[in-house]
Design a protein around this ligand. Structure first.
Ligand SMILES: Nc1ncnc2c1ncn2[C@@H]1O[C@H](COP(=O)(O)OP(=O)(O)OP(=O)(O)O)[C@@H](O)[C@H]1O
Length: 597
Protein backbone atom coordinates (compact mmCIF):
# COMPACT_ATOMS: atom_id res chain seq x y z
CA UNK A 1 0.00 0.00 0.00
CA UNK A 2 1.47 3.35 -0.96
CA UNK A 3 0.30 6.89 -0.58
CA UNK A 4 1.76 10.34 -0.64
CA UNK A 5 1.55 12.94 2.10
CA UNK A 6 1.90 16.50 0.88
CA UNK A 7 2.66 18.09 4.22
CA UNK A 8 -0.35 20.42 4.21
CA UNK A 9 -0.54 20.59 7.97
CA UNK A 10 -0.77 24.36 8.25
CA UNK A 11 -2.63 27.28 6.81
CA UNK A 12 0.13 29.80 7.10
CA UNK A 13 0.21 32.42 4.41
CA UNK A 14 3.07 32.11 1.96
CA UNK A 15 2.85 35.78 0.94
CA UNK A 16 5.96 37.58 2.16
CA UNK A 17 5.13 40.66 4.15
CA UNK A 18 7.42 43.57 4.46
CA UNK A 19 7.62 44.06 8.20
CA UNK A 20 8.25 47.76 7.97
CA UNK A 21 4.86 48.20 6.28
CA UNK A 22 3.04 46.79 9.32
CA UNK A 23 3.02 49.59 11.83
CA UNK A 24 1.51 48.93 15.22
CA UNK A 25 1.83 50.81 18.42
CA UNK A 26 3.51 47.86 20.19
CA UNK A 27 5.69 46.67 17.34
CA UNK A 28 9.14 48.01 16.85
CA UNK A 29 12.23 47.38 14.84
CA UNK A 30 15.56 47.41 16.47
CA UNK A 31 18.05 47.63 13.64
CA UNK A 32 17.46 45.36 10.64
CA UNK A 33 15.00 42.53 10.07
CA UNK A 34 16.66 40.16 12.56
CA UNK A 35 15.57 42.23 15.54
CA UNK A 36 11.82 42.41 15.33
CA UNK A 37 9.83 42.75 18.46
CA UNK A 38 6.08 42.81 19.16
CA UNK A 39 3.81 42.86 22.14
CA UNK A 40 1.64 39.76 21.87
CA UNK A 41 -0.47 37.55 24.12
CA UNK A 42 1.08 34.18 24.91
CA UNK A 43 -1.54 31.49 25.45
CA UNK A 44 -1.98 30.59 29.14
CA UNK A 45 0.71 33.09 30.12
CA UNK A 46 -0.28 36.69 29.36
CA UNK A 47 1.08 39.71 27.56
CA UNK A 48 4.70 39.25 26.51
CA UNK A 49 7.25 41.19 24.59
CA UNK A 50 8.32 38.80 21.82
CA UNK A 51 11.67 39.32 20.12
CA UNK A 52 13.00 37.81 16.92
CA UNK A 53 16.74 37.29 17.47
CA UNK A 54 19.34 36.04 15.02
CA UNK A 55 19.22 32.48 16.41
CA UNK A 56 15.69 32.21 17.83
CA UNK A 57 12.80 33.79 19.66
CA UNK A 58 12.70 35.11 23.19
CA UNK A 59 9.85 36.58 25.20
CA UNK A 60 9.44 38.42 28.48
CA UNK A 61 6.25 38.75 30.47
CA UNK A 62 5.13 42.34 30.75
CA UNK A 63 4.02 43.75 34.07
CA UNK A 64 5.20 40.86 36.29
CA UNK A 65 8.53 39.43 37.31
CA UNK A 66 7.05 36.13 38.61
CA UNK A 67 7.03 34.46 35.24
CA UNK A 68 10.49 35.55 34.22
CA UNK A 69 12.30 34.46 37.37
CA UNK A 70 11.90 32.24 40.40
CA UNK A 71 13.88 32.70 43.56
CA UNK A 72 14.71 30.51 46.52
CA UNK A 73 16.09 32.04 49.70
CA UNK A 74 16.84 35.15 47.71
CA UNK A 75 18.78 33.25 45.02
CA UNK A 76 17.53 33.66 41.45
CA UNK A 77 16.97 30.21 39.96
CA UNK A 78 15.81 31.24 36.50
CA UNK A 79 12.44 31.07 34.82
CA UNK A 80 9.65 28.68 35.76
CA UNK A 81 8.63 28.52 32.11
CA UNK A 82 10.32 28.63 28.76
CA UNK A 83 11.24 32.15 27.73
CA UNK A 84 13.05 31.39 24.50
CA UNK A 85 13.39 28.87 21.74
CA UNK A 86 16.18 28.47 19.20
CA UNK A 87 15.28 28.18 15.50
CA UNK A 88 17.28 24.95 15.46
CA UNK A 89 14.64 23.55 17.85
CA UNK A 90 11.61 24.87 15.92
CA UNK A 91 10.17 22.61 13.24
CA UNK A 92 7.14 24.68 12.16
CA UNK A 93 5.32 27.96 12.58
CA UNK A 94 1.71 28.38 11.54
CA UNK A 95 -0.73 31.24 11.21
CA UNK A 96 -3.94 29.84 12.72
CA UNK A 97 -6.56 32.54 12.22
CA UNK A 98 -9.00 34.05 14.69
CA UNK A 99 -9.68 32.28 17.98
CA UNK A 100 -9.22 32.17 21.72
CA UNK A 101 -6.00 33.00 23.52
CA UNK A 102 -6.35 31.82 27.10
CA UNK A 103 -5.52 33.96 30.08
CA UNK A 104 -2.85 33.01 32.61
CA UNK A 105 -5.43 31.62 35.03
CA UNK A 106 -9.17 31.15 35.36
CA UNK A 107 -9.30 34.59 36.94
CA UNK A 108 -7.95 36.24 33.81
CA UNK A 109 -10.28 36.64 30.87
CA UNK A 110 -9.70 34.78 27.59
CA UNK A 111 -9.34 36.99 24.53
CA UNK A 112 -10.28 36.43 20.92
CA UNK A 113 -7.73 37.46 18.32
CA UNK A 114 -5.56 36.29 15.41
CA UNK A 115 -2.91 33.76 16.36
CA UNK A 116 0.24 32.03 15.26
CA UNK A 117 1.89 28.97 16.76
CA UNK A 118 5.51 27.96 17.08
CA UNK A 119 6.16 24.21 17.18
CA UNK A 120 9.27 22.91 18.88
CA UNK A 121 10.18 20.49 21.63
CA UNK A 122 11.16 20.38 25.26
CA UNK A 123 13.24 17.79 27.06
CA UNK A 124 11.58 15.72 29.74
CA UNK A 125 12.74 16.83 33.20
CA UNK A 126 13.14 13.24 34.38
CA UNK A 127 14.46 11.66 31.16
CA UNK A 128 16.39 14.27 29.14
CA UNK A 129 16.61 11.94 26.12
CA UNK A 130 12.83 12.07 25.79
CA UNK A 131 11.63 15.00 23.71
CA UNK A 132 8.06 16.19 24.06
CA UNK A 133 6.16 18.41 21.67
CA UNK A 134 6.08 22.04 22.75
CA UNK A 135 3.61 24.47 21.18
CA UNK A 136 3.62 28.19 21.86
CA UNK A 137 0.52 30.05 20.71
CA UNK A 138 0.80 33.82 20.39
CA UNK A 139 -2.11 36.18 19.70
CA UNK A 140 -2.43 39.66 18.23
CA UNK A 141 -5.42 41.74 17.08
CA UNK A 142 -3.72 42.45 13.77
CA UNK A 143 -3.91 39.53 11.33
CA UNK A 144 -0.96 40.75 9.28
CA UNK A 145 1.28 40.93 12.31
CA UNK A 146 0.51 37.28 13.05
CA UNK A 147 1.07 36.25 9.44
CA UNK A 148 4.29 38.18 9.35
CA UNK A 149 5.63 36.41 12.47
CA UNK A 150 4.72 32.99 11.09
CA UNK A 151 6.41 33.81 7.77
CA UNK A 152 9.51 35.23 9.38
CA UNK A 153 9.94 32.18 11.60
CA UNK A 154 9.39 29.84 8.66
CA UNK A 155 11.99 31.76 6.66
CA UNK A 156 14.45 31.39 9.54
CA UNK A 157 13.95 27.64 9.84
CA UNK A 158 14.36 27.23 6.08
CA UNK A 159 18.00 28.18 6.68
CA UNK A 160 18.44 24.93 8.62
CA UNK A 161 19.78 23.09 5.58
CA UNK A 162 20.17 19.65 7.16
CA UNK A 163 16.41 19.15 7.46
CA UNK A 164 14.65 16.69 5.17
CA UNK A 165 11.97 17.82 2.73
CA UNK A 166 11.03 14.53 1.18
CA UNK A 167 11.17 11.08 2.78
CA UNK A 168 10.31 7.52 1.90
CA UNK A 169 8.58 5.84 4.84
CA UNK A 170 8.28 2.06 5.28
CA UNK A 171 5.81 0.81 7.86
CA UNK A 172 5.85 -2.73 9.25
CA UNK A 173 2.27 -3.00 10.50
CA UNK A 174 2.91 -6.20 12.50
CA UNK A 175 6.10 -5.07 14.19
CA UNK A 176 6.41 -5.42 17.98
CA UNK A 177 2.91 -5.50 19.41
CA UNK A 178 1.37 -4.98 15.97
CA UNK A 179 1.18 -1.20 16.36
CA UNK A 180 3.34 -0.09 13.43
CA UNK A 181 0.60 1.75 11.57
CA UNK A 182 -0.94 3.29 14.68
CA UNK A 183 2.49 4.62 15.68
CA UNK A 184 2.92 6.18 12.24
CA UNK A 185 -0.52 7.84 12.55
CA UNK A 186 0.61 9.28 15.87
CA UNK A 187 3.74 10.92 14.43
CA UNK A 188 2.55 11.76 10.88
CA UNK A 189 1.20 15.22 11.92
CA UNK A 190 4.74 16.20 12.96
CA UNK A 191 5.93 15.52 9.43
CA UNK A 192 3.04 17.34 7.79
CA UNK A 193 3.38 20.35 10.09
CA UNK A 194 7.10 20.48 9.26
CA UNK A 195 6.13 20.37 5.57
CA UNK A 196 8.07 17.17 5.02
CA UNK A 197 6.56 15.21 2.15
CA UNK A 198 6.32 11.48 2.73
CA UNK A 199 5.84 8.55 0.42
CA UNK A 200 4.45 5.83 2.66
CA UNK A 201 4.78 2.11 1.93
CA UNK A 202 3.06 -0.32 4.29
CA UNK A 203 4.61 -3.77 3.93
CA UNK A 204 2.45 -6.80 3.29
CA UNK A 205 5.17 -9.40 3.78
CA UNK A 206 8.71 -9.97 5.03
CA UNK A 207 11.27 -9.12 2.36
CA UNK A 208 9.10 -6.57 0.54
CA UNK A 209 11.03 -3.57 1.85
CA UNK A 210 14.31 -5.25 0.92
CA UNK A 211 13.07 -5.75 -2.64
CA UNK A 212 11.91 -2.13 -2.93
CA UNK A 213 15.20 -0.75 -1.63
CA UNK A 214 17.24 -2.99 -3.86
CA UNK A 215 15.27 -2.31 -7.01
CA UNK A 216 14.85 1.46 -6.60
CA UNK A 217 17.53 3.24 -8.60
CA UNK A 218 19.72 5.93 -7.09
CA UNK A 219 18.17 8.37 -9.57
CA UNK A 220 14.78 7.70 -8.07
CA UNK A 221 16.08 7.74 -4.49
CA UNK A 222 17.74 11.06 -5.22
CA UNK A 223 14.25 12.59 -4.97
CA UNK A 224 14.37 11.77 -1.26
CA UNK A 225 16.48 12.98 1.63
CA UNK A 226 16.28 9.59 3.27
CA UNK A 227 14.30 6.54 4.26
CA UNK A 228 12.40 6.21 7.51
CA UNK A 229 11.41 2.83 8.93
CA UNK A 230 8.52 2.37 11.33
CA UNK A 231 9.31 -0.95 12.98
CA UNK A 232 12.02 -2.74 14.91
CA UNK A 233 15.70 -3.53 14.47
CA UNK A 234 14.96 -6.45 12.16
CA UNK A 235 12.92 -4.27 9.82
CA UNK A 236 15.63 -1.60 9.74
CA UNK A 237 18.17 -4.35 9.03
CA UNK A 238 16.08 -5.57 6.10
CA UNK A 239 15.94 -2.09 4.56
CA UNK A 240 19.62 -1.44 5.22
CA UNK A 241 20.52 -4.69 3.47
CA UNK A 242 18.28 -3.90 0.49
CA UNK A 243 19.95 -0.50 0.24
CA UNK A 244 23.56 -1.65 0.62
CA UNK A 245 23.34 -4.79 -1.49
CA UNK A 246 23.58 -2.99 -4.79
CA UNK A 247 25.37 0.14 -3.62
CA UNK A 248 28.22 -0.90 -1.37
CA UNK A 249 31.46 -1.79 -3.14
CA UNK A 250 34.32 -3.10 -1.09
CA UNK A 251 36.70 -6.02 -0.90
CA UNK A 252 35.49 -8.86 1.29
CA UNK A 253 36.73 -8.89 4.87
CA UNK A 254 40.39 -9.77 5.37
CA UNK A 255 41.20 -13.20 6.78
CA UNK A 256 44.23 -15.04 8.18
CA UNK A 257 46.04 -17.13 5.60
CA UNK A 258 44.75 -20.43 7.00
CA UNK A 259 41.14 -19.34 6.84
CA UNK A 260 39.73 -21.47 4.03
CA UNK A 261 38.30 -18.63 2.02
CA UNK A 262 40.20 -15.67 0.77
CA UNK A 263 38.81 -12.36 -0.23
CA UNK A 264 37.24 -11.31 -3.44
CA UNK A 265 35.86 -8.08 -4.72
CA UNK A 266 32.14 -7.67 -4.72
CA UNK A 267 30.92 -5.38 -7.42
CA UNK A 268 27.63 -3.58 -7.46
CA UNK A 269 25.86 -6.41 -9.25
CA UNK A 270 26.90 -8.84 -6.56
CA UNK A 271 29.38 -10.60 -8.83
CA UNK A 272 32.62 -11.48 -7.10
CA UNK A 273 36.02 -11.64 -8.60
CA UNK A 274 37.53 -14.35 -6.45
CA UNK A 275 40.28 -15.22 -8.91
CA UNK A 276 41.73 -11.79 -8.83
CA UNK A 277 41.69 -11.88 -5.09
CA UNK A 278 43.34 -15.24 -4.67
CA UNK A 279 46.05 -14.39 -7.18
CA UNK A 280 47.69 -11.88 -4.84
CA UNK A 281 50.61 -13.35 -2.91
CA UNK A 282 50.52 -13.59 0.83
CA UNK A 283 53.09 -11.35 2.47
CA UNK A 284 53.51 -13.23 5.66
CA UNK A 285 52.16 -16.28 7.45
CA UNK A 286 50.08 -14.22 9.78
CA UNK A 287 48.77 -11.76 7.28
CA UNK A 288 45.70 -11.81 5.24
CA UNK A 289 46.58 -12.51 1.62
CA UNK A 290 44.34 -9.65 0.76
CA UNK A 291 44.03 -6.74 3.06
CA UNK A 292 41.92 -4.16 1.32
CA UNK A 293 43.73 -1.90 -1.07
CA UNK A 294 44.87 1.49 0.20
CA UNK A 295 41.88 3.13 -1.44
CA UNK A 296 39.62 1.14 0.82
CA UNK A 297 41.72 0.48 3.82
CA UNK A 298 40.72 3.55 5.68
CA UNK A 299 44.08 5.03 6.45
CA UNK A 300 42.88 7.97 8.40
CA UNK A 301 43.93 10.65 5.99
CA UNK A 302 42.49 8.88 3.01
CA UNK A 303 38.95 9.50 4.14
CA UNK A 304 36.47 9.58 1.37
CA UNK A 305 36.77 12.78 -0.45
CA UNK A 306 34.27 13.05 -3.24
CA UNK A 307 36.86 12.74 -6.00
CA UNK A 308 37.66 9.19 -4.92
CA UNK A 309 35.54 6.20 -5.71
CA UNK A 310 33.44 5.94 -2.58
CA UNK A 311 32.68 2.55 -1.02
CA UNK A 312 29.06 3.50 -0.93
CA UNK A 313 27.15 5.06 -3.80
CA UNK A 314 24.72 7.26 -1.91
CA UNK A 315 21.81 8.77 -3.85
CA UNK A 316 22.88 12.16 -2.47
CA UNK A 317 24.99 13.54 0.38
CA UNK A 318 21.92 14.42 2.44
CA UNK A 319 20.66 10.85 2.38
CA UNK A 320 20.04 9.43 5.86
CA UNK A 321 18.02 6.74 7.57
CA UNK A 322 15.48 7.34 10.27
CA UNK A 323 13.80 4.92 12.64
CA UNK A 324 10.46 5.39 14.39
CA UNK A 325 10.51 2.67 17.05
CA UNK A 326 7.68 0.16 16.85
CA UNK A 327 9.54 -3.11 17.40
CA UNK A 328 10.14 -5.49 20.27
CA UNK A 329 13.65 -4.36 21.27
CA UNK A 330 14.49 -1.19 19.33
CA UNK A 331 18.16 -1.25 20.35
CA UNK A 332 19.30 0.97 17.46
CA UNK A 333 16.83 3.69 18.41
CA UNK A 334 17.83 3.40 22.09
CA UNK A 335 21.49 3.84 21.12
CA UNK A 336 20.94 6.72 18.73
CA UNK A 337 18.30 8.75 20.59
CA UNK A 338 18.54 7.42 24.16
CA UNK A 339 14.80 6.80 24.24
CA UNK A 340 12.35 4.37 22.79
CA UNK A 341 9.89 7.05 21.94
CA UNK A 342 8.25 7.63 18.54
CA UNK A 343 7.74 11.37 19.17
CA UNK A 344 11.42 11.90 20.06
CA UNK A 345 12.48 10.06 16.92
CA UNK A 346 10.04 11.95 14.70
CA UNK A 347 11.27 15.29 16.09
CA UNK A 348 14.92 14.36 15.53
CA UNK A 349 14.08 13.38 11.94
CA UNK A 350 12.23 16.58 11.01
CA UNK A 351 14.88 18.70 12.74
CA UNK A 352 17.50 17.01 10.56
CA UNK A 353 19.76 15.63 13.29
CA UNK A 354 22.64 13.44 12.19
CA UNK A 355 24.75 10.66 13.68
CA UNK A 356 27.06 8.31 11.78
CA UNK A 357 26.61 4.60 12.23
CA UNK A 358 29.22 1.87 11.81
CA UNK A 359 27.99 -1.05 9.75
CA UNK A 360 29.40 -4.58 9.82
CA UNK A 361 29.67 -6.56 6.63
CA UNK A 362 29.32 -10.26 7.38
CA UNK A 363 30.21 -12.78 4.69
CA UNK A 364 29.06 -16.33 4.99
CA UNK A 365 31.38 -18.63 3.10
CA UNK A 366 29.39 -21.48 1.74
CA UNK A 367 30.74 -24.56 -0.02
CA UNK A 368 28.57 -25.52 -2.97
CA UNK A 369 27.97 -29.11 -4.06
CA UNK A 370 30.81 -28.75 -6.56
CA UNK A 371 33.17 -27.59 -3.82
CA UNK A 372 33.22 -24.01 -4.91
CA UNK A 373 33.11 -21.21 -2.44
CA UNK A 374 30.05 -19.04 -2.56
CA UNK A 375 30.06 -15.86 -0.52
CA UNK A 376 26.78 -14.57 0.83
CA UNK A 377 26.96 -10.99 2.06
CA UNK A 378 24.80 -9.42 4.75
CA UNK A 379 25.09 -6.23 6.78
CA UNK A 380 24.37 -5.62 10.44
CA UNK A 381 23.95 -2.35 12.31
CA UNK A 382 23.64 -3.54 15.90
CA UNK A 383 24.69 -7.08 16.75
CA UNK A 384 25.75 -10.35 15.19
CA UNK A 385 25.76 -13.35 17.48
CA UNK A 386 26.28 -17.09 17.55
CA UNK A 387 25.44 -19.62 20.24
CA UNK A 388 23.22 -18.14 22.95
CA UNK A 389 22.03 -15.16 20.87
CA UNK A 390 21.51 -17.20 17.69
CA UNK A 391 19.59 -19.80 19.68
CA UNK A 392 17.38 -17.19 21.37
CA UNK A 393 16.43 -15.72 18.00
CA UNK A 394 15.74 -19.17 16.55
CA UNK A 395 13.49 -20.04 19.52
CA UNK A 396 11.79 -16.66 19.65
CA UNK A 397 10.89 -16.63 15.96
CA UNK A 398 8.70 -19.70 16.63
CA UNK A 399 6.83 -17.63 19.24
CA UNK A 400 6.25 -14.40 17.30
CA UNK A 401 2.55 -14.51 18.28
CA UNK A 402 3.64 -13.71 21.87
CA UNK A 403 4.93 -10.28 20.87
CA UNK A 404 7.95 -8.82 22.73
CA UNK A 405 7.52 -11.30 25.63
CA UNK A 406 8.80 -14.04 23.33
CA UNK A 407 12.38 -12.92 24.01
CA UNK A 408 11.97 -13.53 27.79
CA UNK A 409 10.47 -16.93 27.24
CA UNK A 410 13.00 -17.98 24.59
CA UNK A 411 15.89 -16.50 26.59
CA UNK A 412 14.95 -18.50 29.69
CA UNK A 413 14.53 -21.68 27.70
CA UNK A 414 17.90 -21.31 25.95
CA UNK A 415 19.60 -20.32 29.20
CA UNK A 416 18.31 -23.46 30.96
CA UNK A 417 19.53 -25.59 28.07
CA UNK A 418 23.03 -24.23 28.71
CA UNK A 419 24.71 -25.34 25.51
CA UNK A 420 28.20 -24.53 24.37
CA UNK A 421 29.79 -24.87 20.95
CA UNK A 422 33.25 -25.61 19.64
CA UNK A 423 34.56 -22.76 17.50
CA UNK A 424 37.61 -20.78 16.45
CA UNK A 425 37.68 -17.03 16.18
CA UNK A 426 40.53 -15.09 14.60
CA UNK A 427 40.51 -11.33 14.97
CA UNK A 428 42.72 -8.55 13.75
CA UNK A 429 44.74 -6.96 16.47
CA UNK A 430 45.04 -3.21 16.12
CA UNK A 431 47.70 -0.98 17.54
CA UNK A 432 46.62 0.43 20.87
CA UNK A 433 46.51 4.05 19.66
CA UNK A 434 44.11 2.94 16.93
CA UNK A 435 41.84 1.00 19.21
CA UNK A 436 42.26 3.05 22.32
CA UNK A 437 43.05 1.00 25.35
CA UNK A 438 40.29 -1.51 25.96
CA UNK A 439 40.52 -0.53 29.59
CA UNK A 440 39.37 2.51 31.47
CA UNK A 441 40.06 5.37 29.03
CA UNK A 442 37.44 4.49 26.44
CA UNK A 443 34.91 2.90 28.73
CA UNK A 444 32.91 5.98 28.04
CA UNK A 445 29.22 5.70 27.43
CA UNK A 446 28.15 7.03 24.06
CA UNK A 447 26.00 10.15 24.29
CA UNK A 448 25.21 13.38 22.41
CA UNK A 449 28.44 14.81 20.97
CA UNK A 450 30.25 11.66 22.14
CA UNK A 451 33.97 12.45 22.15
CA UNK A 452 34.96 9.02 20.87
CA UNK A 453 32.51 9.04 17.94
CA UNK A 454 33.30 12.67 17.17
CA UNK A 455 37.06 12.27 17.05
CA UNK A 456 36.74 9.20 14.85
CA UNK A 457 34.03 10.66 12.58
CA UNK A 458 36.02 13.83 12.06
CA UNK A 459 38.38 11.77 9.98
CA UNK A 460 35.69 11.32 7.38
CA UNK A 461 33.52 13.58 5.31
CA UNK A 462 29.97 14.74 5.75
CA UNK A 463 28.42 11.68 4.19
CA UNK A 464 30.30 9.49 6.66
CA UNK A 465 33.83 8.19 6.71
CA UNK A 466 33.65 4.95 4.85
CA UNK A 467 36.71 3.31 6.16
CA UNK A 468 38.06 0.41 8.08
CA UNK A 469 40.62 1.36 10.71
CA UNK A 470 43.29 -1.23 9.91
CA UNK A 471 45.62 0.85 7.86
CA UNK A 472 49.04 -0.67 7.51
CA UNK A 473 49.16 -4.33 6.53
CA UNK A 474 52.61 -4.70 8.08
CA UNK A 475 51.28 -3.62 11.46
CA UNK A 476 48.27 -5.86 11.68
CA UNK A 477 48.34 -9.27 13.25
CA UNK A 478 45.79 -12.04 13.57
CA UNK A 479 45.12 -13.34 17.06
CA UNK A 480 43.14 -16.50 17.69
CA UNK A 481 40.83 -17.86 20.27
CA UNK A 482 39.65 -21.45 20.12
CA UNK A 483 37.50 -23.51 22.43
CA UNK A 484 33.97 -24.10 23.63
CA UNK A 485 31.81 -21.02 23.80
CA UNK A 486 28.37 -20.35 25.20
CA UNK A 487 28.18 -17.38 22.94
CA UNK A 488 30.19 -15.47 20.38
CA UNK A 489 28.89 -11.97 19.81
CA UNK A 490 30.00 -9.01 17.75
CA UNK A 491 28.48 -5.74 18.93
CA UNK A 492 28.59 -2.90 16.43
CA UNK A 493 26.92 -0.48 18.84
CA UNK A 494 26.31 -0.73 22.58
CA UNK A 495 22.85 -2.27 22.11
CA UNK A 496 21.08 -0.41 24.86
CA UNK A 497 17.70 -1.85 25.58
CA UNK A 498 15.16 -1.80 28.36
CA UNK A 499 16.83 -4.77 30.09
CA UNK A 500 20.39 -3.48 29.74
CA UNK A 501 20.13 0.34 29.98
CA UNK A 502 23.81 0.92 29.13
CA UNK A 503 23.81 -1.81 26.54
CA UNK A 504 25.32 -5.25 26.12
CA UNK A 505 28.71 -3.57 25.49
CA UNK A 506 28.55 -0.13 27.08
CA UNK A 507 31.64 1.26 25.35
CA UNK A 508 30.79 0.14 21.80
CA UNK A 509 30.31 3.51 20.15
CA UNK A 510 28.11 4.42 17.21
CA UNK A 511 31.02 5.42 15.05
CA UNK A 512 34.21 4.08 16.64
CA UNK A 513 35.10 1.88 13.67
CA UNK A 514 35.30 -1.31 15.73
CA UNK A 515 33.49 -4.53 16.20
CA UNK A 516 33.41 -5.47 19.86
CA UNK A 517 33.89 -9.21 20.06
CA UNK A 518 32.41 -10.67 23.21
CA UNK A 519 33.41 -14.29 23.63
CA UNK A 520 31.79 -16.14 26.51
CA UNK A 521 33.56 -19.38 27.22
CA UNK A 522 31.88 -22.45 28.55
CA UNK A 523 31.36 -21.88 32.26
CA UNK A 524 29.11 -23.01 35.09
CA UNK A 525 25.48 -21.99 34.84
CA UNK A 526 25.69 -19.69 37.85
CA UNK A 527 28.56 -17.70 36.36
CA UNK A 528 26.67 -17.13 33.16
CA UNK A 529 23.60 -16.02 35.07
CA UNK A 530 25.77 -13.58 37.02
CA UNK A 531 27.18 -12.23 33.75
CA UNK A 532 23.68 -11.70 32.34
CA UNK A 533 22.53 -9.91 35.47
CA UNK A 534 25.57 -7.61 35.29
CA UNK A 535 24.35 -6.40 31.90
CA UNK A 536 21.19 -5.10 33.49
CA UNK A 537 23.18 -2.85 35.84
CA UNK A 538 23.55 0.77 34.89
CA UNK A 539 26.92 2.49 34.82
CA UNK A 540 28.79 0.85 31.96
CA UNK A 541 30.55 -1.75 34.09
CA UNK A 542 33.40 -3.42 32.20
CA UNK A 543 32.87 -7.01 31.21
CA UNK A 544 35.53 -8.23 33.62
CA UNK A 545 34.18 -11.67 34.19
CA UNK A 546 36.87 -14.33 33.91
CA UNK A 547 35.04 -16.37 31.30
CA UNK A 548 34.52 -13.35 29.05
CA UNK A 549 36.93 -12.02 26.45
CA UNK A 550 36.31 -8.56 25.00
CA UNK A 551 38.31 -7.63 21.90
CA UNK A 552 37.96 -4.47 19.86
CA UNK A 553 38.73 -5.31 16.29
CA UNK A 554 37.96 -4.07 12.79
CA UNK A 555 37.59 -7.61 11.43
CA UNK A 556 37.30 -11.22 12.48
CA UNK A 557 36.70 -14.70 11.09
CA UNK A 558 34.71 -17.48 12.65
CA UNK A 559 34.76 -21.25 12.11
CA UNK A 560 32.41 -23.59 13.92
CA UNK A 561 33.07 -27.29 14.36
CA UNK A 562 29.59 -28.38 15.39
CA UNK A 563 26.35 -28.76 13.52
CA UNK A 564 24.69 -25.74 15.08
CA UNK A 565 25.74 -22.71 13.12
CA UNK A 566 23.03 -20.11 13.32
CA UNK A 567 24.19 -16.52 13.40
CA UNK A 568 21.76 -13.81 14.21
CA UNK A 569 22.29 -10.49 12.45
CA UNK A 570 19.96 -7.87 13.93
CA UNK A 571 17.18 -10.44 14.08
CA UNK A 572 17.94 -12.18 10.80
CA UNK A 573 19.21 -15.76 10.83
CA UNK A 574 22.20 -16.83 8.81
CA UNK A 575 23.45 -20.43 8.53
CA UNK A 576 27.21 -20.29 8.59
CA UNK A 577 30.04 -22.61 9.57
CA UNK A 578 32.55 -20.14 8.33
CA UNK A 579 32.20 -16.44 8.13
CA UNK A 580 34.31 -13.37 7.99
CA UNK A 581 33.28 -9.90 9.07
CA UNK A 582 34.57 -6.37 9.00
CA UNK A 583 33.26 -3.03 10.07
CA UNK A 584 32.84 0.08 7.93
CA UNK A 585 33.15 3.16 10.03
CA UNK A 586 30.28 5.61 9.78
CA UNK A 587 29.04 3.95 6.61
CA UNK A 588 25.52 5.35 6.90
CA UNK A 589 24.02 8.31 8.69
CA UNK A 590 20.89 8.39 10.79
CA UNK A 591 18.46 11.20 11.54
CA UNK A 592 19.19 11.18 15.27
CA UNK A 593 21.17 13.20 17.77
CA UNK A 594 22.54 10.56 20.15
CA UNK A 595 21.40 9.76 23.69
CA UNK A 596 21.45 12.59 26.25
CA UNK A 597 22.50 10.28 29.09
N1 LIG B 1 4.14 -7.10 6.63
C1 LIG B 1 4.99 -7.98 7.19
N2 LIG B 1 4.56 -9.16 7.64
C2 LIG B 1 5.39 -10.03 8.26
N3 LIG B 1 6.70 -9.81 8.47
C3 LIG B 1 7.19 -8.64 8.04
C4 LIG B 1 6.38 -7.67 7.39
N4 LIG B 1 7.12 -6.59 7.10
C5 LIG B 1 8.37 -6.89 7.55
N5 LIG B 1 8.42 -8.12 8.11
C6 LIG B 1 9.58 -8.80 8.75
O1 LIG B 1 9.43 -8.85 10.16
C7 LIG B 1 10.73 -8.92 10.76
C8 LIG B 1 10.72 -8.35 12.17
O2 LIG B 1 10.30 -7.02 12.13
P1 LIG B 1 10.66 -5.94 13.24
O3 LIG B 1 12.09 -5.87 13.47
O4 LIG B 1 9.95 -4.70 12.84
O5 LIG B 1 9.92 -6.47 14.55
P2 LIG B 1 10.36 -7.12 15.90
O6 LIG B 1 11.14 -8.36 15.62
O7 LIG B 1 9.11 -7.24 16.68
O8 LIG B 1 11.28 -6.03 16.61
P3 LIG B 1 12.83 -6.04 17.04
O9 LIG B 1 13.61 -6.33 15.80
O10 LIG B 1 13.08 -4.64 17.56
O11 LIG B 1 13.00 -7.08 18.11
C9 LIG B 1 11.64 -8.16 9.82
O12 LIG B 1 12.84 -8.86 9.66
C10 LIG B 1 10.88 -8.06 8.52
O13 LIG B 1 11.53 -8.73 7.46
Amino acid sequence: MEHDGDGDGGSSSSRPINISQQPHEHDAFVGETSSLSSTVLLDHVGEVSLTFNSDGLSWKLLGSSDYNETTCLGITLGSKFATEIKFSDVYAAEFINYGIVHGASILVQNSEMYRFTVHGFERSKTQPSVWALAVYTFGHKDMQICQMWANQINDAIKLEVERPKNLMVFIHPRSGKGNGYRIWEMVAPIFSRAKVKTKVIVTQRAGQAFDVMQSTSNNELNLYDGVVTVGGDGFFNEILNGFLKSRHKAPFPPAPSDFPHSNGVLDSSGVNDLNEAVAEPSQNEDQSPLLPSSKHNGSQDASCSTDQDPDLLLPNERFRFGIIPAGSTDAIVMCTTGARDPITSALQIVLGKRVCLDIAQVVRWKLTSVSEVEPYVRYAASFAGYGFYGDVITESEKLRWMGPKRYDYAGTKVFLRHRSYQAEIAYLEVKSEESGSPSVSERVICRVNCKVCKSKSNRGNRAGCHSTPYSHPGETRWLKSKGRYISVGAAIISNRNERAPDGLVADAHLSDGFLHLILIKDCPHAYYLWHLTQLARKGGKPLNFKFVEHHKTPAFTFTSFGNESVWNLDGERLQAHQLSAQVFQGLVSLFASGPEV
